[in-house]
Design a protein around this ligand. Structure first.
Ligand SMILES: C[S@@+](CC[C@H](N)C(=O)[O-])C[C@H]1O[C@@H](n2cnc3c(N)ncnc32)[C@H](O)[C@@H]1O
Length: 254
């Protein structure tokens, strides 16, 4: 499918193109205020803090953060969502069409958020989630903080009767109907990379991030509840290691 003359580089692009603003009708987007208030406190965000929003969608978190004086740069692969995010953006919020698998930033941000499968967890079984985490870690200054949500493998297997969960890769496939702003429905496939807290810890350790906490959360109800098998999402908070503790830092060993 061609999108205004562009070939999609990710399966989510045609989904976003069809949804447009109708994305913000989904109930999981309604808890932005609570999520942002929690993250401001948990990550210690202040006026002037520079935040990278990876897979920002139409910019709901970026807009709310910027309205509090935080400087946010949102990136997303969907041209449609970037265009929506730029509309009515408050001062301090900028947006760019960028593939999270090719993040060019080097220690430029005090914090990063990657929420609601914003690039991380929307890959098929191609290992690209790891590329996304690596790029996010590199974008953070040493001591910079990360908040990232990931779908729970436990929850999908235990509670999702219709799941087509691939046990070998941890990727769940579903067919669903999505509606645009006029109510026109199309059927589409969605792929979600699912995780356990242990996998998230191992990924972080491999990419220079120290895990501060992993909690079970719901959209609009972020908090510090210990991980359970009965909640759909995990919220990971982590801190970028100082270069000396970084696994990629050169050593004096021959
Ligand atoms: C479910 S939406 C979440 C959007 C937003 N973070 C939120 O919480 O509403 C996932 C977003 O990730 C974006 N995305 C997926 N893969 C991406 C990639 N490789 N690079 C950049 N953005 C990507 C999609 O275009 C989409 O906007």
């Amino acid at each position: 499918m061609s999108l205004d003359g562009h070939e999609p580089e990710h399966w989510f692009e045609p989904v976003a193109e069809h949804l447009g603003r109708a994305y913000l009708r989904y109930s999981f987007t309604k808890g932005t205020r609570q999520e942002v208030d929690f993250l401001v406190s948990a990550l210690g965000l202040e006026q002037g803090t520079r935040v990278l929003d990876v897979g920002c969608g139409p910019g709901r978190h970026a807009h709310a953060l910027a309205a509090s004086g935080i400087v946010v740069h949102g990136i997303d692969i969907s041209r449609r969502f970037v265009e929506l995010a730029r509309r009515d953006a408050p001062p301090g919020a900028t947006f760019e069409r960028l593939d999270a698998r090719e993040l060019p930033f080097d220690a430029e941000f005090d914090a990063a958020i990657c929420l609601c499968q914003g690039a991380f967890g929307l890959m098929t079984a191609d290992g690209h989630d790891e590329t996304v985490i690596d790029g996010i870690a590199r974008a953070l200054r040493p001591g910079g903080r990360l908040a990232l949500t990931a779908f729970s493998s436990y929850f999908v297997v235990k509670h999702w009767q219709d799941a087509e969960f691939d046990a070998a890769t941890g990727v769940n496939h579903e067919r669903t109907e999505i509606r645009d702003e006029d109510g026109t429905a199309v059927e589409t496939s969605l792929w979600t990379g699912c995780y356990t807290p242990r996998e998230l810890r191992l990924l972080c350790a491999a990419h220079g991030l120290v895990v501060d906490s992993i909690s079970s959360v719901e959209p609009g109800a972020y908090g510090f509840e210990s991980p359970t098998v009965d909640s759909a999402e995990f919220l990971l908070l982590a801190t970028r290691c100082a270069p000396s503790a970084d696994h990629r830092a050169p050593t004096s060993e021959p």
